[in-house]
Design a protein around this ligand. Structure first.
Ligand SMILES: Nc1nc2c(ncn2[C@@H]2O[C@H](COP(=O)(O)OP(=O)(O)OP(=O)(O)O)[C@@H](O)[C@H]2O)c(=O)[nH]1
Ligand SMILES: [Mg+2]
Length: 361
């Protein structure tokens, strides 16, 4: 499971554009036919037109089906994001229908070519070609909704964050304006990428740093946790559920200066909600904007500031340590918390019984 390169997915043409492209190519192919005998020439031309048009349609459609990743091959996080963004059922169904259309068009072409072979008059050749074209257009009409869906989905999916689930991921959560994006910039080498979640108009940041050849990715959650869970719609819940599936560590950022506009009390209750949601990853609590704090809050274990750099390198070191400790160094060694069950052995019986049994073998 690597990173989904939505940006590499080819543009989706409109159904009419596919048809135009196919028929244009087919006419060019017909022009290339060179036979002094009209009967044979037209027969060859019509055969080539049908073949060429079907080839264009069929390869265009199958190329899409091919380039779009199969949902099952994706990380749970990507699946959850795609579900929230465009719907996994629609995704599967659209690709399936388009695959069906490609097969139909290929079949129509085969049938028409057979037909032309059997016919004995020039008018018949023309008619067979026209008939095949009509059937191809009708197939594309039938799947035009799916094709249009695919084009729109591509535009949405291209903006999703491209995280590589094979590399460590750090998620930064917290109330609005607490400094999530600023922290990601401070931890990142280079400018963070700008992406979006499908359910908020806010731009999210995806940064990374490297340590011992591993790329640590850091992604934030703008606009995802701005409201209490009870007030959310289904799509937003899905998005938040995606958080469950992502990341090795979650940083929960608290702005004790309250300069972001959310009271400490509200921030604490958000933390309780996040703890409920993210049960299988370590959550580390970090107090941001330490430069603005007049006194250190009692419960502040980690203080960071992007203004004077306080705590940033310490935080990075801690993240590396937490994630590194998770890694299984010896591939044969199981993690400490794994329960190894002794196999239940059948009683072997006495040596005498065993000997008797083996005599029958
Ligand atoms: N003084 C000070 N200001 C900070 C610090 N970190 C962030 N800020 C400021 O706080 C404001 C919000 O920072 P962002 O990084 O945009 O916060 P955010 O959590 O990403 O906000 P949303 O994405 O809108 O939820 C900005 O004006 C930052 O400049 C800090 O360490 N010290
Ligand atoms: Mg932000």
């Amino acid at each position: 499971m690597g990173v989904v390169e939505w940006r590499r997915i080819p543009t989706v043409l409109y159904p009419q554009e596919i048809i135009d492209k196919a028929f244009r190519k087919a006419s060019k192919q017909a022009d290339l036919v060179d036979d002094p005998d009209k009967y044979h020439r037209v027969r060859k031309q019509m055969t080539r037109m049908v073949q060429a048009a079907a080839d264009v349609i069929d390869t265009t459609l199958l190329n899409w089906v091919d380039k779009w990743p199969s949902l099952n091959s994706l990380s749970k996080f990507d699946q959850a994001l795609i579900d929230a963004a465009v719907g996994n059922d629609e995704y599967r169904q659209s690709l399936g229908t388009i695959h069906w259309a490609a097969e139909r068009v290929r079949k129509i072409s085969g049938e028409a070519q057979q037909n032309i072979l059997r016919l004995r008059d020039i008018d018949g050749f023309h008619q067979a070609r026209r008939h095949a074209y009509g059937r191809m257009v009708s197939i594309l009409d039938q799947v035009s909704n799916q094709i249009i869906w695919l084009g729109e989905a591509r535009d949405i999916l291209r903006k999703l964050p491209a995280v590589d689930s094979a590399e460590p991921i750090i998620v930064v959560a917290g109330s609005p304006n607490v400094g999530k994006s600023a922290l990601i910039s401070a931890l990142s080498t280079g400018e963070p990428e700008i992406a979006s979640y499908p359910f908020t108009t806010k731009q999210l940041h995806l940064g990374h740093f490297e340590h011992r050849r591993r790329a640590y990715q850091i992604v934030d959650t703008p606009g995802l946790l701005d409201r209490p869970m009870g007030e959310r719609n289904a799509i937003e819940m899905q998005a938040i559920a995606a958080l469950e599936h992502i990341g090795d560590v979650l940083i929960f950022l608290i702005d004790a200066s309250e300069s972001g506009g959310t009271s400490i009390k509200e921030q604490s209750s958000l933390l309780v909600e996040v703890r409920d949601l993210v049960t299988e990853r370590p959550i580390i609590i970090v107090h941001s904007k330490s430069d603005l704090l007049e006194e250190t809050p009692d419960d502040a274990e980690r203080l960071v500031s992007i203004i004077n750099g306080q705590g940033i390198e310490e935080l990075r070191a801690e993240l590396i340590e937490i994630i590194g400790a998770d890694k299984i160094e010896d591939p044969l060694k199981l993690p400490a918390n794994w329960h190894v069950q002794e196999p239940e052995l059948e009683p072997l019986g006495t040596p005498g019984e065993i000997r008797k049994r083996s005599e029958f073998d």
